[in-house]
Design a protein around this ligand. Structure first.
Ligand SMILES: *Cc1c(COP(=O)(O)O)cnc(C)c1O
Length: 370
């Protein structure tokens, strides 16, 4: 049997990335100005159906930048899903505001609009939805709640580049949408991020705060405290190449997800990610739920590691993390998914044969768990 090890994620880099980066280096534009930055912001905005993209140094600061630009501050509450990457809640804290964690829906793994509605209070300023494991949140329902209460709707689409809901791409479904271009994301510059919006005032405000708060009309005059959240032209060069290849990257990742779902369709105890009507999920990481007693998922992960397959457990719900500890939070779905969810290796270079080999190892490991 082959002993090849499979990592859970790997960036897909080609000769095009090499060429663009070399071009950026040779041009001398390696800092946070340059032609690749302008090109990337224009092309990315167009691709996701927004008027503006504001590139940032990573996806976490993209979240902070939106909330800061919208004026979220101490005393405010922002509704977030209980099941997400920690950056979503941290960004709210950076503003001095309080993240209010609500449970996700078992049908989408994204924030449950009914629970959002119930969580809105006098201090609520925004709803920050997350497209968990590539599945778009229920934006039409969230939009209705936000409009009714005058709340900002922000989408954390770090994991969902390429997803659509009723034909509309993530990036255009909320008042502002953030993306991450970390090394394990669908398109990457190693570290990087951006915010897309079609609100010109919000975009201007984000550009100002991204650049240390400097007055655009008066160099080195800083009317307020801003941040250095700029992206470099070298990273933008990588991203221009990734965008040029995005359709191929997405198609190949899609094939990997469909391959696992086909190969593992009759595997006992494994349930694939549900996809809601009208949603096209982004193929970020193949995601399955493992049925069984507590600990079964971890046992399976250990078995797979021994067989040379790296996996990832789902996120620990935010209210189960020390900085946000809240034993009273009613989040049964998030807790259940957090215990049972497992990601399998997903990257474009996996061949159909690799997917078969990994699936066979999954069956083998499943046969040995209690
Ligand atoms: C990756 C990710 C982010 C931000 O990540 P960075 O590493 O800061 O680029 C934010 N939210 C979610 C849901 C993510 O998966």
């Amino acid at each position: 049997m082959s002993t090849q090890r499979f990592p859970v994620a790997r960036p897909s880099l080609s000769g095009l990335e090499e060429r663009y980066v070399l071009d950026a280096v040779r041009s001398g534009w390696i800092s946070s100005q340059g032609p690749y930055l302008q090109r990337f912001e224009a092309e990315f905005a167009e691709r996701v159906g927004a008027t503006t993209a504001v590139a940032t140094s990573n996806g976490t600061v993209a979240l902070h930048l939106v909330l800061a630009a919208a004026g979220v501050g101490p005393g405010d509450e922002v509704i977030v899903p209980a099941l997400t990457y920690v950056a979503t809640a941290n960004a709210v804290r950076y503003c001095g505001a309080r993240p209010v964690c609500v449970d996700v829906s078992a049908d989408t793994w994204c924030v449950d609009p009914e629970r959002v509605r119930a969580a809105v209070g006098p201090r609520t300023r925004a709803v920050l939805a997350v497209d968990l494991y590539g599945h778009p949140a229920d934006y039409p329902a969230l939009r209705a709640i936000c409009d009714r209460h005058g709340l900002l709707l922000v989408a954390d689409a770090a994991e969902s580049f390429g997803a659509t809901l009723h034909g509309r791409p993530t990036g255009s479904l909320a008042d502002a949408t953030t993306f991450s271009f970390f090394g394990n994301k669908i398109v990457t510059s190693g570290e990087g991020g951006c915010v897309t919006t079609s609100d010109p005032a919000l975009a201007d405000r984000m550009r100002l705060l991204r650049n240390q708060g400097m007055d655009p009309q008066r160099r080195y005059f800083f009317p307020e405290v801003g941040f250095n959240y700029r992206l470099t032209n070298v990273c933008a060069a990588l991203l221009c190449a990734q965008l040029a290849r995005a359709d191929d990257i997405l198609a190949r990742r899609d094939a990997v997800l469909r391959g696992y779902e086909r190969e593992l369709a009759d595997a006992v105890r494994l349930r694939p990610q549900p996809v809601a009507a009208g949603a096209r999920r982004a193929p970020w990481m193949a995601s399955f739920l493992v049925d069984g007693a507590p600990g079964t998922r971890d046992e399976l992960a250990r078995g797979l590691d021994r067989l040379g397959v790296e996996t990832r457990p789902f996120f620990v719900p935010i209210p189960r993390l020390p900085p946000y500890a809240d034993d009273t939070a009613a989040i049964p779905v998030s807790v259940d998914l957090g215990r049972r969810g497992l990601n399998l290796p997903t990257y474009p270079e996996l061949t159909d044969t690799d997917v078969k080999v990994i699936s066979e190892r999954v069956r083998q490991a499943l046969a040995t768990v209690a």
